[in-house]
Design a protein around this ligand. Structure first.
Ligand code: GLY
Length: 317
């Protein structure tokens, strides 16, 4: 590493929700998260940009059928899958996103394409037109367990608030809320954040997720944040942008995360966030029972799967 280069850092998440039910469940989620961290950190260590690392991380997590993004996405109330993804390059302070897109393997790739466009957030019909324009092959992200989950909910008249955080009933106690996200700091000190989701699941047609909004995914030169949880509550907290702006205004990332989570807790929000600051601090926070996150601090991989102390300092370098 040359003198003006920094140690790359990486954190990813696979959603937030209820406690993991069993050691086996924890091992499955840990293995899935750690394998992504390993592959993406290798790329960062090799000198890749934060944006390239985030795109790779989101693609790998979208490929994992247990998480609610890309393959394994939840079904909406009409039985259709509509996915959303947001990408923010902190060094350019540029946001792009795709909202409620169907029949595509990697929604994050569309957000990536839109980084270079004047019109950077597209939804529904526009998203479909973009797929056609780019000749993106059709792909069905449905997995059997999500279909079963939807059929059961249909029998119960869609009483549940959200669908399962992971597509495996055995893994999570009272499964809810899923999304994936990646935040990276590259060797040149640049930060990017990316988030991708199948949404809340069982929602009304046309409902918009936080993931392709600055409330759910935000970065600038000082920090980057990706959120998970109930989109409406993340929007009402304007969570990602709030944490980042607190850091930009001089607060440490740990304090910004703690303050934002404590405000969210006081309003009974159900959410979580992962973050990295330009000084190399990695942080995470949650009001949900667990956040499924893993990180690489330059020396080793760690995760939050056993982490349950709300008073613990949620930020370190
Ligand atoms: N955070 C994902 C959603 O509510 O759509």
């Amino acid at each position: 590493m040359s003198a003006n280069q920094v140690q790359p850092k990486l954190i990813i998440h696979g959603g937030a929700g209820g406690h993991i039910r069993s050691e086996k469940g924890e091992a499955v989620v840990r293995q899935a998260l750690h394998s992504v961290v390993e592959e993406v950190y290798d790329l960062l260590a090799y000198g890749a940009s934060a944006t390239d690392a985030v795109i790779l991380g989101c693609r790998l997590l979208e490929n994992q059928p247990i998480f609610n993004a890309g393959t394994g996405s939840v079904l909406q109330s009409d039985g259709q899958i509509r996915m959303s993804a947001g990408l923010m390059d902190g060094s350019k302070q540029r946001f792009s996103g795709i909202i409620n897109v169907s029949r595509v393997r990697h929604p994050i790739e569309l957000a990536k394409f839109l980084q270079g466009e004047n019109d950077r957030v597209l939804s529904d019909y526009g998203a479909f037109e973009l797929l056609r324009e780019l000749h993106v092959p059709k792909y069905d992200p449905l997995v059997e367990i999500r279909l079963q989950e939807w059929m059961q909910e249909r029998n119960e008249n869609f009483d549940k608030k959200m669908a399962g955080v992971v597509a495996e009933q055995a893994l999570i106690h009272e499964p809810r809320k899923g999304t994936i996200g990646v935040v990276a700091l590259d060797k040149n000190g640049k930060i990017t954040a990316g988030t991708s989701t199948g949404g809340k699941g069982l929602e009304r047609i046309g409902r918009v997720s936080d993931s392709a909004m600055p409330a759910g995914n935000y970065a600038d030169a000082s920090a980057g944040v990706s959120c998970t949880g109930i989109g409406e509550e993340i929007m009402e907290e304007c969570l990602a942008a709030k944490i980042v702006i607190r850091v930009t205004d001089g607060m440490s990332l740990a304090d910004a995360m703690e303050k934002s989570m404590s405000e969210s807790r006081s309003r009974n929000r159900d959410l979580g966030a992962i973050a990295i600051a330009a000084d190399g601090t990695i942080s995470w926070g949650k009001t949900s029972e667990v956040i499924l996150a893993a990180y690489h601090d330059g020396k080793q991989i760690g995760d939050t799967l056993n982490w349950n102390n709300q008073e613990e300092l949620i930020g370190y370098q």
